[in-house]
Design a protein around this ligand. Structure first.
Ligand code: SF4
Length: 378
């Protein structure tokens, strides 16, 4: 991908399977989930909090395998995982300004300390070789579960065998409650996480012919939250996932000649879903829908014809773009770091700006940590 130039649309390939972690995304927008499953190149930066989540997940995985034996091994693993993510970020024109994560990721140190505590709990709860832990509990980590046809499957973080039966454990590094506000007074687990957990239970049943004793989500606070499930509802979710896979592959295979129509068939543009999607820049349905329903609470993105570009005396850049065919809607974006936006060094006609920070005056925006600019492809 040429830096700052909108690349061609990613291809649509038939899918082999749906995983429980992707299933809630497939339900919200098939197109986003397909591109993400096929590892299509993300066109917007991954938020630093998500990078931190990846790091913590890797550490918990290592801890589960017994690769962390104390503080020193935790610290060296933490450093190497952070380095790995930062190397990846440094290689990306969209993310290099977010290095180091220690500065860009909210609550970096707090989350590191929470991770240390969680690892300590894991180490003391499940001894791998020493046999010091409760001998009635045995844990297996990163366990693969799938349906016999392989159409639904994924890794579960851990399965603990207890006298009462197997307990499925799923670690979550983000907020477990539906919203930050809710977390303080009503710790109900996010709907997506509950659906994912029930799908794990269904996969477990389809592999072993029995049900897990319970499913627990463990957040960074280390508190296990049991997800209640009815045995009848889990196979329905499994059927739904299988059906989704069949429907998607039908659309991709049968409409391969009409790529545009397949895209619009698979996309479900909605402000709450699109705001987390890293494929917004290239999604025709997203732009179409926000054009026909402008009153909705869409992400702070804009596209249009470049009207003005100038470098200010403070070194920052300002651009103005015309976002409507009547030439009446002019959007101003200030405070742009020239080093962050290679598109501004090119001859621009159409320009697309994502994740802006709204100013106090209508149609005036500033640059945020995740603001990204593309020049439209010729
Ligand atoms: S931008 Fe919205 S509609 Fe398009 S793929 Fe992403 S989530 Fe789906």
């Amino acid at each position: 991908m040429t830096q700052g130039i909108l690349p061609p649309l990613p291809p649509l390939e038939p899918l082999k399977r749906i995983s429980p972690s992707q299933f809630p995304i497939f339900r919200k927008c098939k197109l986003r989930a397909i591109w993400s499953s096929c590892h299509a190149q993300a066109l917007l930066p991954l938020p630093p909090s998500a990078r931190l989540g990846i790091i913590i997940h890797k550490i918990l995985e290592k801890a589960g395998k017994g690769d962390i034996t104390g503080e020193d091994s935790f610290n060296s693993l933490w450093l190497s995982c952070v380095q790995e993510e930062e190397n990846d970020m440094s290689g990306s024109w969209m993310e290099k300004h977010l290095v180091p994560l220690e500065k860009s990721a909210h609550n970096f140190e707090v989350k590191k300390q929470q991770c240390i505590l969680l690892v300590r709990n894991l180490m003391s709860a499940f001894s791998h070789q020493s046999g010091k832990a409760d001998s009635s509990k045995r844990a297996s980590h990163e366990v693969w579960l799938q349906t016999p046809d392989g159409k639904v499957g994924g890794y579960v973080d851990a399965i603990i065998s207890t006298d009462a039966g197997d307990v499925i454990i799923d670690f979550k590094t983000g907020s477990i409650a539906e919203s930050e506000e809710q977390a303080s007074f009503d710790p109900e687990v996010r709907y997506d996480y509950r659906i994912q957990a029930k799908l794990y239970a269904a996969l477990y049943n389809s592999m072993y012919g029995k049900w897990p004793a319970s499913i627990e989500l463990v957040g960074l606070d280390g508190v296990p939250r049991t997800i209640p499930f009815y045995q009848e509802e889990c196979p329905c979710l499994l059927d739904e996932a299988r059906q989704l896979l069949n429907d998607i592959n039908f659309v991709i295979t049968n409409k391969a000649k009409n790529y545009e129509s397949a895209l619009s068939n698979l996309a479900s543009p909605n402000p709450g879903v699109c705001q987390f999607c890293l494929y917004r820049p290239c999604c025709p349905s997203y732009w179409e829908k926000r054009g026909t329903e402008p009153e909705r609470d869409w992400p702070h993105d804009a596209k249009g014809k470049l009207k003005e570009i100038k470098k200010l005396r403070n070194g920052f850049m300002l651009i103005k773009l015309i976002s409507d065919p009547q030439n009446s809607n002019i959007i101003t974006v200030r405070g742009l770091h020239p080093d962050r936006h290679p598109a501004l060094n090119k001859t621009l006609d159409e320009v697309l700006v994502f994740s802006m920070i709204p100013g106090k005056v209508t149609n005036n925006y500033g640059e945020g940590k995740l603001t990204t600019i593309y020049a439209g492809a010729d």
